[in-house]
Design a protein around this ligand. Structure first.
Ligand SMILES: Nc1ncnc2c1ncn2[C@@H]1O[C@H](COP(=O)(O)OP(=O)(O)OP(=O)(O)O)[C@@H](O)[C@H]1O
Ligand SMILES: [Mg+2]
Length: 345
């Protein structure tokens, strides 16, 4: 961890700007914002019409003068100004005023593993624009591991897989640091996209991009598992005629379509394990893999991982919010650093 726990304890607010959702934790208050990272703008006046869940509902339903923007993409802030405006509205006046009263507002934010300097800079700029004097950056992998209660500071290996919307990050941690890690540009979005493409190609059916909580929708909660109905009815729009139509979709084929992006994730798991020192791999065989991030809820993904690795696989308690809750725990001083100085005792 590059930033020390003491520095984090001095922060007042923790932010996780994700491709899908933005989460904010305020010291002493807990998780105050957990909303989609979306803002709807009136292009005639430039004013903001809605943010968060309301703006997300507008996606694909707006007249031409309303633009729905996603200021965070691929795990990093791509539109700093819009991200600031979105965050300002998500926080609300009351909270913003109380934060502004702090003479030297300090913020912590998590950034994806090995985020490039430009992406890190964009996160810092966004928070400075909101009044922070100092911004501490923490690797999402560490924040999420703390958030799901893994004993990161111990000299024992733990393996974590952060399944986000834009990326999947996998790491082996020991003694508070990352031993090996990979970041794969495949996440929940790529899985959604695979399903949309499948329905388009094989059923000539267009699914509206956001009503696609497609997994549950298409698979009736069976996800990657083979139990459940073989066929399911899906409503969408005919590609050629543009008319509303429904189709009987073969769930096994949809499952197959999801497997394609997931092979990249499984390859990543293999790479991390191969790069890991043998002593740590032995620890991992007992402790297994902890899954966090919203896409960890994809039904059957844990089972698939179990079969592919032969290791125990667990899903964190609140997988989607683990990273920001981990940052929050560090802000609140709930995490004690391990003292690596046996001679002093
Ligand atoms: N119950 C669920 N079943 C399947 N997928 C889900 C479920 N809940 C959330 N997701 C998926 O999880 C993803 C959002 O996860 P998360 O909130 O961790 O992303 P993020 O932190 O914004 O993204 P990133 O870390 O990649 O920037 C979305 O792609 C969403 O479709
Ligand atoms: Mg995330």
């Amino acid at each position: 961890m590059t930033v020390s726990l003491e520095q984090l304890q001095r922060c007042h607010v923790a932010v996780d700007l994700g491709a899908a959702r933005t989460r904010v934790y305020v010291k002493g208050l807990g998780l105050v914002v957990d909303e989609p990272s979306v803002a709807a703008v009136n292009t005639r006046t430039g004013s903001l019409i809605a943010v968060g869940a309301l703006a997300e509902q507008m996606t694909g339903r707006t007249p031409h003068y309303i633009r729905v923007a996603r200021p965070v993409s691929g795990g990093s802030v791509v539109d700093i100004e819009m991200a600031q405006r979105m965050l300002r509205h998500l926080l609300g006046d009351k909270l913003r005023r109380s934060l502004r009263r702090k003479p030297r507002l300090r913020a912590a934010a998590c950034t994806p593993h090995e985020a490039d300097p430009l992406a890190q800079r964009a996160t810092v700029e966004t928070l400075i624009g909101l009044g922070a004097r100092r911004v501490e950056l923490v690797d999402t992998l560490i924040a999420a591991a703390v958030g799901c209660g893994l004993p990161v500071e111990q000299p024992t290996a733990t393996m974590i897989m952060v399944c986000g919307a834009a990326t999947t990050q996998i790491a082996v941690l020991s003694l508070g640091s990352i031993v090996t890690a990979v970041r794969i540009p495949v996440g929940g979005n790529a899985i959604d996209e695979a399903i949309i493409q499948h329905l388009r190609q094989h059923h000539q059916l267009l699914l509206p991009s956001q009503s696609v909580r497609p997994l549950q929708l298409a698979l009736h909660g069976n996800g990657l598992q083979t139990t459940g109905p073989a066929l399911t009815e899906i409503h969408g729009r005919d590609v050629a005629t543009g008319l509303a139509r429904s189709a009987q979709v073969d769930t096994a084929a949809v499952r197959q379509a999801i497997h394609t992006p997931l092979t990249a994730v499984l390859d990543g798991v293999g790479k991390v394990l191969r790069d890991c020192p043998p002593d740590l791999v032995a620890d991992l065989a007992d402790r297994g893999i902890m899954m966090v991030g919203g896409s960890a809820l994809l039904p059957g993904l844990d089972q698939m991982l179990r079969e592919a690795t032969g290791m125990p696989v667990h899903i964190a308690e609140r997988p989607d919010a683990c990273a920001v809750l981990g940052l929050g725990a560090m802000l609140d001083g709930k995490i004690q650093p391990m003292v690596l100085n046996p001679l002093a005792g």
